[in-house]
Design a protein around this ligand. Structure first.
Ligand code: PGA
Length: 249
């Protein structure tokens, strides 16, 4: 049995004030759920959010990290620093990092290696563009992104993390993949990991992300290979996020 996981990716949103109200509401709403819940605020709020979730069931994650260990890398944040701030998880290879900041498969693989070395659990994002789906290249693209990471960290490495399938055309667009479309790719990802190690594939949590809301979460999470979600916009609203966490449980 894979424990469901829901991670909220706040992206570049929020403030000290909004974090306080949001986390109070979420902590109260998820009490007693079997779902593992993670919030990933911007770096500057990690310390505050860490304090706010102390003593609750919510865990802390970051949205990105440097591929280097430490040193003269102005503006970067090391995985060891995230660990020091109480992060358990780190999102890597989000499509916004790939498309807006030039992170390619090699960078994402290198960051995954670094995250594991720093004691963090990576949430590795994969997903195709609309043009790629329309050209019938979804499996080719997702397979390439997945194998880059698997080749770098092996099955034992990926076993310590999570994969998030996020079709780029569904992110922030309101155009959710149907449960069947998502399940098809999730099963493909699990089969891809199984080529490296069957037991790891069976235990690996694969999250869906892309316009998950309170009212479509249940259909998605009801699919056999969908083990939870990576949530953007809806993670900023107490009622939506709690409804999604409940749907996963
Ligand atoms: P969305 O974002 O839920 O706002 O579509 C998901 C993500 O980018 O992780």
């Amino acid at each position: 049995m894979r424990q469901p996981l829901v991670a909220g990716n706040w992206k570049m949103n929020g403030s000290r004030d909004s974090a306080t109200g949001l986390l109070k509401g979420v902590a109260a709403g998820i009490g007693g759920l079997a779902t593992e819940v993670v919030v990933c605020p911007p770096f500057v709020y990690l310390e505050q959010v860490g304090r706010l979730i102390d003593g609750t069931a919510i865990q802390l994650g970051a949205q990105n990290m440097a591929r280097e260990e430490a040193g003269a890398f102005t503006g970067e944040v090391a995985g060891s620093m995230l660990q020091d701030m109480g992060c358990s998880y780190v999102i890597l290879g989000h499509s916004e990092r790939r498309s807006l900041y030039g992170e390619d498969d090699a960078v994402v693989a290198a960051k995954t290696v670094r995250a594991l070395a720093d004691g963090l659990l990576p949430i590795v994002c994969v997903g195709e563009l609309l043009e790629e789906r329309q050209a019938g290249k979804t499996e080719e693209v997702v397979g390439r992104q997945l194998n880059a990471v698997l080749d770098a960290v092996g099955a034992a490495g990926i076993a310590r993390g999570v994969i998030a399938y996020e079709p780029v055309w569904a992110i922030g667009t309101g155009m959710t993949a149907t449960p069947e479309q998502a399940q098809e790719v999730h099963a493909f990802i699990r089969a891809g990991v199984a080529k490296y190690d069957g037991a790891v594939a069976e235990g690996l949590r694969i999250l869906y992300g892309g316009s998950v809301k309170g009212d479509n979460a249940e259909g998605l999470f009801g699919q056999p290979d969908i083990d939870g979600g990576l949530i953007g916009g809806a993670s900023l609203k107490v009622d939506d996020f709690v409804a999604i966490c409940r749907a996963a449980g």
